[in-house]
Design a protein around this ligand. Structure first.
Ligand code: ZN
Length: 138
């Protein structure tokens, strides 16, 4: 198992892709992820449970990443980052949601902690309409 990675993510890179690229390069299929920093713009998702679909909320302005928490697992055999973000705007108002592709990095520090053991794979779940991990013990 690799050591934890503490790294700066590239300027103007897509936040999710930047983390996925590191995982692909380092052969990481299972990890805990946390990230702080700032974005030039952001795209967040909110899942409409009754409709089983995400709505996207794009934020065209610079925001701080107060907390980014997530995981790396496999989806379709590739490292997949699931990340939730709490952001703040210039008025110090917090907002947050599921991180979509389209979050453009201004500056970001990521902690990627590889984990041992069985690698969870995301599979489609009829009940929720989401790609979720298998439940442990099932
Ligand atoms: Zn999510």
């Amino acid at each position: 198992m690799n050591d934890a990675i503490l790294t700066r993510l590239p300027y103007e890179a897509d936040l999710l892709r930047a983390i996925e690229d590191i995982c692909r390069e380092k052969g990481i299929s299972k990890a805990a992820v946390s990230v702080i920093g700032a974005l030039k713009k952001a795209s967040l998702g909110y899942y409409l449970q009754d409709e089983k679909r995400y709505v996207a909320h794009d934020i065209p302005d610079a925001v701080e990443i107060l907390a980014g928490v997530g995981s790396v697992s496999l989806k379709d055999g590739e490292p997949f980052v699931h990340l939730h973000l709490t952001l703040s705007d210039k008025d110090f108002k917090a907002l947050g949601g599921h991180a979509n592709k389209g979050c453009v990095i201004f500056a970001a520090e990521a902690l990627i902690t590889p984990l041992g053991g069985a690698i969870p794979h995301r599979v489609y779940d009829e009940t929720t309409g989401l790609f979720l991990w298998e439940q442990a013990g099932k």
